[in-house]
Design a protein. Structure first.
Ligand code: SAH
Length: 658
């Protein structure tokens, strides 16, 4: 079956119809899935295995048959662990068809077909009885349905249903319980992702300040969780205001209620400061005694030796609706509200007496629109004083009192800056709609450039296409800011990110190569190996080559008809594993002022990289890792061929070791 999907091309802005065959979506899903990352999560796997063995023994000690229900079996891993641990039978439920098919193959390959029945259904559709999917209710419930927020993938309603319909009363559950922890902090850096700070502009006629409207000041923001690799947040970027406290826990071996509720704790700040952020993470106890514990606690809470890197579970940053001064030793009350799928927080000074039944637990909704226009990294970017200074400096250079400016960028402060800096007239095109009727010719064309539709760095070349589309409105001596952009590339070794795309082979003794092959097949689907966006400040890497400029895009001219291409080689300067190439854009505002959306600097001779903290960079993972233990080892260089097609706006690339 073929379907045609309409979409706006993020780079050219053109409306196009793509022919997608029915396999496209799931190949995307598999290729970009977290399964590889989970299989590489040794700490998780080992603890699940221990917990499952312990649960099977407890059931056997009672003289019962061990009947396992594994909801969301994925590769079948946890069911195979249960079967190996001596379970009599496992029902492995998986809603995602390609994964259920993979589970059947993996289970067969590992010789468990007689012990494990894979059922391709959502757990709430599973039937029990002589003619049902399951012969009888299970007495061991095994799941791994958690996301960074614990409940965001629907664990609560799934457990609620399973206890009512699929498992016996008093069943064993692995994990046995989950506990959510919180810590109150002050952090200018994290708060800058949620509120727009005043922007100071030194204009000819005195200082002007851009302040956010009071609606934004008082807006609770958006309900979506902010999940990050908190271990990459340096300790001087936040101040701890409270101890770590337990917010709530869920016992998975008992009936679970998914209905909205709240949990409240009393805190005494350990330090006075501005309460802005609630940092949160969870742990799971695999057994009732709590001896087998798998925790997401960040580095300052547990010894770094115990840190397991993982990307499928990170930590949460919750923004309090407003910042509030708290004082060391005073009593404050922190409330976690939750519905079936998400959690949010409120801080109060006085204990409010509420009846649990009639508490209104409405999740935050953005009332100011700004949180919908700007996502969190974008608000952080707009709050970056250094960056704003660069734009101001460049604007001051190009603006004259008779300047007529047109700004093309989404949700940009540039029009306001241009106005404050004395431009005669400022027009702005928002939401990528390039149609304009302006009076007179434009003398200055501005862009950050930034567009909400951009996923990969070069999608912001939309500015170039927009510039081309408005050419008839531009004065012959128009100044374009930025005047040009360049694409840069560097070969890197990732500390950890490589895991998400690397084959696993065996996992705790089980052969999961079928999964590896499936991921590889999906990555190579229609030979479309693509770069993918990642915010690299969260994923440390070291540079193995120097950064190199590969393509230049001249915004002073229109988009050319012909392709732009570059071929060359990148010398490997340091020993290490070449996991892939990182690509990013730099914008040259004027001849001497540039803004990098990627590499800020290579900090030392070890090649540690500092990345722009507001932007995602493009990562192209090599299909096979190029390894060199020492510099004298081959290879010494990586060849690249990079091509920009102006018709499609696409950048394709190929890398080979020399
Ligand atoms: N158990 C595997 C995979 C965990 S990922 C492991 O630990 O390695 C979670 C899987 O659960 C996904 O494949 C998802 O498709 C599936 N899933 C989530 N909720 C489900 C439900 N209610 N019923 C069936 N499958 C579910």
């Amino acid at each position: 079956m073929k379907t045609f999907c309409g979409r706006a091309n993020p780079t050219t802005g053109a409306m196009e119809w793509l022919e997608e065959d029915e396999n496209y979506d799931y190949h995307q899903e598999i290729a970009r899935s977290r399964y590889a990352d989970m299989l590489h999560d040794k700490d998780r796997n080992v603890k699940y295995y221990q917990g499952i063995r312990a649960a099977v023994s407890r059931v056997k000690e009672r003289g019962e048959k061990a009947i396992v229900l594994d909801i969301g079996t994925g590769t079948g891993l946890l069911s195979m662990m249960a079967a190996s641990a001596g379970a009599d039978f496992c029902y492995a439920i998986e809603v995602f068809k390609p994964m259920a098919n993979a589970a059947v193959k993996i289970v067969e390959k590992n010789g468990f077909s007689d012990k494990i029945k894979v059922i391709n259904k959502h757990s709430t559709e599973v039937t029990v009885g002589p003619d049902g999917d399951m012969q009888c209710r299970a007495n061991i419930l095994v799941t791994e349905l958690f996301d960074t927020e614990l409940i965001g993938e629907g664990a609560l309603p799934t457990y609620e249903h399973a206890h009512k319909h699929l498992v016996q009363e008093g069943c064993e559950a692995v994990p046995h319980r989950a506990t959510v922890y919180v810590q109150l902090v002050e952090s200018k850096r994290m708060w800058s992702w949620n509120k727009l700070f005043p922007v100071h502009v030194e204009a000819e006629d005195g200082e002007k300040i851009i302040v956010s409207p009071s609606e934004m000041e008082n807006c609770p923001g958006v309900p979506s969780v902010c999940d990050i690799q908190l271990n990459q947040m340096p300790s001087n970027d936040f101040t701890v205001l409270s101890d770590v406290v337990t917010m709530f826990s869920v016992d998975f071996s008992k009936p679970v209620k998914s209905a909205s509720t709240y949990y409240r704790v009393q805190l005494q700040p350990v330090k006075s400061g501005k309460a802005q952020i609630v940092l949160s993470w969870w742990d799971i106890d695999m057994d009732p005694s709590g001896k087998i514990n798998c925790t997401m606690a960040p580095y300052w809470v547990k010894p770094t030796s115990a840190l397991q890197w993982r990307d499928h579970w990170m930590q949460c940053v919750y923004f309090l609706p407003n910042e509030e001064s708290v004082f060391q030793g005073e009593n404050v009350y922190l409330t976690a509200y939750r519905d079936e799928y998400s959690v949010w927080y409120k801080l109060q000074k006085a204990r409010e007496e509420e009846n649990k039944a009639d508490v209104h637990v409405e999740s935050p909704v953005c009332r100011c629109q700004a949180h919908l226009l700007w996502n969190r990294p974008r608000i952080g970017e707009l709050n970056d004083q250094n960056r704003t200074c660069q734009y101001i400096k460049s604007l001051m250079k190009v603006l004259k009192t008779d300047s007529v400016c047109l700004c093309i960028s989404d949700g940009s402060l540039l029009p306001v800056l241009a106005h404050y800096l004395g431009a005669k007239q400022v027009f702005t095109l928002e939401n990528s709609a390039v149609s304009c009727s302006v009076m007179g010719k434009i003398s200055v064309l501005l862009g950050e450039p930034f567009f909400t539709t951009s996923l990969l760095p070069w999608h912001n070349l939309y500015f170039w296409y927009a510039r081309t589309a408005v050419t008839m409105h531009l004065a012959s001596d128009v100044t374009v800011l930025p005047q040009s952009a360049s694409l840069h590339v560097m070969i890197v070794e990732f500390q950890d990110l490589w895991r998400i795309r690397s084959p696993c082979g065996t996992c705790e003794g089980f052969d999961v190569q079928t999964m590896d092959d499936m991921i590889k097949n999906s990555l190579n689907y229609r030979e479309s190996r693509e770069a993918e966006p990642h915010p690299l400040w969260e994923y440390p890497c070291k540079s193995l080559s120097d950064p190199q400029e590969v393509l230049m895009f001249d915004f002073r001219r229109t988009v050319p008809q012909h392709c732009l291409s570059a071929e060359g080689s990148l010398n490997l300067l340091r020993s290490g594993k070449s996991h892939g190439a990182v690509l990013w854009m730099e914008y040259h505002l004027t001849a001497d002022t540039s803004i990098s959306t990627g590499l800020m600097q290579i900090s030392n001779d070890k090649g540690n990289c500092e990345w722009n903290p507001h932007c995602k960079q493009a990562v192209y993972f090599f299909s096979s890792v190029i390894e060199s233990e020492t510099l004298t080892d081959l290879p010494s260089a990586v060849m690249y061929a990079i091509n920009f097609n102006p018709k499609t706006g696409e950048i394709t690339m190929d890398f080979k070791l020399l």
